[in-house]
Design a protein around this ligand. Structure first.
Ligand SMILES: [Zn+2]
Length: 273
């Protein structure tokens, strides 16, 4: 019961810092929402926007080069997402911390949720975690981020929404060069991707991959299955190749292309529901 006294012998839990004890009061929040009341039908999310780690976890035992690399975040993705938010007047929810602390686009029972290694790099700060350590990361970072997305979608009321999830991918994987400039991916619902593919095929300088380099599934994804598929929101996972996305000018170019394609398909996309 709200406001009831604790049982005899039970300690009242201290209020603690916001963020479930993982984040100090002066650290950035678990997520950032830009333009929550944006008028676009697009709702933008960026799961791997940041390579920040909570101060109390240090660098997870990693050197600066690893924390700057793609294992920690999707370099450039947040730049594209922010610019696209401006161009479309769309709300954007970004995760505030590195995927190595907890990956906001992995189910909580996935071994990649709090990875002990990533792309051959061992992550000392993720080894031998207790159930409490895991719970703190979930409570402080994962849950607030997904609650924020839910809130932005809920706030639309009856206005239809289209979910765009912005990522970036490494140009070489497993020794193989990836040819696509950009990939548009889906799992159970291909509809928005098919429309967007049609709108992006005109530019010969851009090689668009369909379900490349990844498709979406319940084992390796969380955001689209939960906020898109389960809610019946048409969606697309957008992956941009990182060597084509290294400067703000690159990001502006990608955002411009995506905004133009999105505007072209928006009327048809809104009829998908
Ligand atoms: Zn990503």
């Amino acid at each position: 019961m709200a406001g009831s006294k604790s049982e005899i012998g039970e300690q009242e839990a201290p209020a603690g810092p916001p963020g479930g004890g993982l984040l100090a009061p002066d650290e950035p929040g678990a997520f950032a929402v830009t333009n929550p009341a944006g008028r676009s039908s697009a709702v933008l999310v960026c799961d791997h926007a940041s390579n920040r780690t909570p101060r109390c976890l240090g660098t997870l035992g990693l050197g600066p080069a690893d924390l700057l690399s793609h294992i920690a975040w999707d370099p450039g993705a947040a730049m594209v997402a922010r610019r696209l938010s401006e161009l479309l007047d769309a709300p954007l929810v970004e995760s505030g911390y590195s995927r190595l602390v907890i990956d906001c686009n992995r189910p909580l029972d996935s071994p990649e949720s709090i990875p002990e290694q990533s792309a051959g790099v061992s992550i000392p700060g993720n080894r031998r975690l207790s159930a409490e350590d895991r719970a703190r990361r979930i409570e402080a970072l994962f849950t607030p981020y997904h609650d924020a997305i839910r809130k932005v979608v809920d706030a639309r009321g009856d206005r239809p929404g289209l979910l765009l999830s912005i990522h970036s991918f490494t140009p070489v994987f497993g020794g193989r060069r990836r040819p696509w400039s950009i990939g548009l991916s889906y799992g159970r619902d291909e509809r928005l991707v098919k429309l967007l593919l049609g709108a992006m095929t005109g530019d010969e300088t851009v090689q668009v991959g369909e379900n490349e380099p990844y498709s979406i599934d319940d084992e390796t994804d969380y955001t689209i299955p939960v906020h898109g598929e389960a809610r019946g929101l048409p969606h697309v996972l957008i992956e941009i190749r990182q060597d084509l996305l290294t400067t703000p000018a690159d990001a502006a170019r990608w955002a411009g292309r995506l905004a133009e394609a999105f505007r072209r398909i928006e009327p048809a996309a809104l009829r998908l529901r």
